[in-house]
Design a protein around this ligand. Sequence first.
Ligand SMILES: NC(=O)c1ccc[n+]([C@@H]2O[C@H](COP(=O)([O-])OP(=O)(O)OC[C@H]3O[C@@H](n4cnc5c(N)ncnc54)[C@H](OP(=O)(O)O)[C@@H]3O)[C@@H](O)[C@H]2O)c1
Length: 264
Amino acid sequence: MTAVTVPTVPLATADGTVPVPLLGLGTWQARGDEAYRTVRSALDLGYRHLDTATMYGNEVEIGRAVADSGVDRAELFVTTKCPPDRLGQEDETLERSLRDLRLDHVDLWLVHWPPHGEHGSVRMWERFLVARDRGRATAVGVSNYSPALIDELVSATGAGPAIDQIPWSPADHDPTLVEELRARGVVLEGYSPFKRTDLDHPTLVGVAQAHGATTAQVVLAWHLKHGFVVIPKSVRTERLRSNLDAVELDLAEDEIAAIDALGS
Ligand SMILES: NC(=O)c1ccc[n+]([C@@H]2O[C@H](COP(=O)([O-])OP(=O)(O)OC[C@H]3O[C@@H](n4cnc5c(N)ncnc54)[C@H](OP(=O)(O)O)[C@@H]3O)[C@@H](O)[C@H]2O)c1
């Protein structure tokens, strides 16, 4: 195992905070043996944060990989997500995830998308808060929510999400949205950092060359410097390693500003 130390940020829980590693492993579209092998490699390399979802169909393989890895549960941060069409069946959905993942709690449980229907989003959120109070999810959050939708949850229940997982990359950078989430105490977690980026963009190439890094590493380091959680997915060991090594890349303020400008 490498000795990479991934920085963390605190996420609100029922009675305090839990640290979430800023860089984790995305697992969407990794299925079957490939998912198992990927998670084993990632844990061997030093990843300690895994992102999955009921919809990804890989919780069984991830559970087996975690169990076989020998990594201490206390060192791991595991996220899963509840599909919006499980409205009314949230408890069963979480229990199924826990059984498949072979865990007695997840560190973070997310509403995958806002459920439709009258008060659907609030009704699902109420069940999330119960799951958190029962200790089945240490922190609860949402995904693909706007600040306005988050406000609806807070006014109905008095409790907001710890995190909002949204599509994010330099091209998506929006300081107003960053500030809106920060003002609500919601951590910004980005998904699809590479899919949403032109990795040949001259600005990224220039910064990468200055550091002897890849543009993919520059994109990840930009997230980390801002304190955005990022969960790049790869099924290739070399990319898993180089993505994790991005934590060592220290970008200068003018480089961050130049990358921020890709979002305007
Ligand atoms: N909440 C939501 O609605 C939502 C939606 C989408 C994604 N997510 C989560 O976010 C995670 C990440 O997003 P994503 O999987 O959509 O996209 P991503 O992480 O931006 O990109 C994954 C793609 O980039 C490739 N890649 C990985 N490392 C690379 C590198 N160093 N250089 C060049 N290419 C590289 C991967 O190929 P190889 O695998 O072949 O290396 C794969 O094709 C997902 O896996 C999932 O956990 C959540």
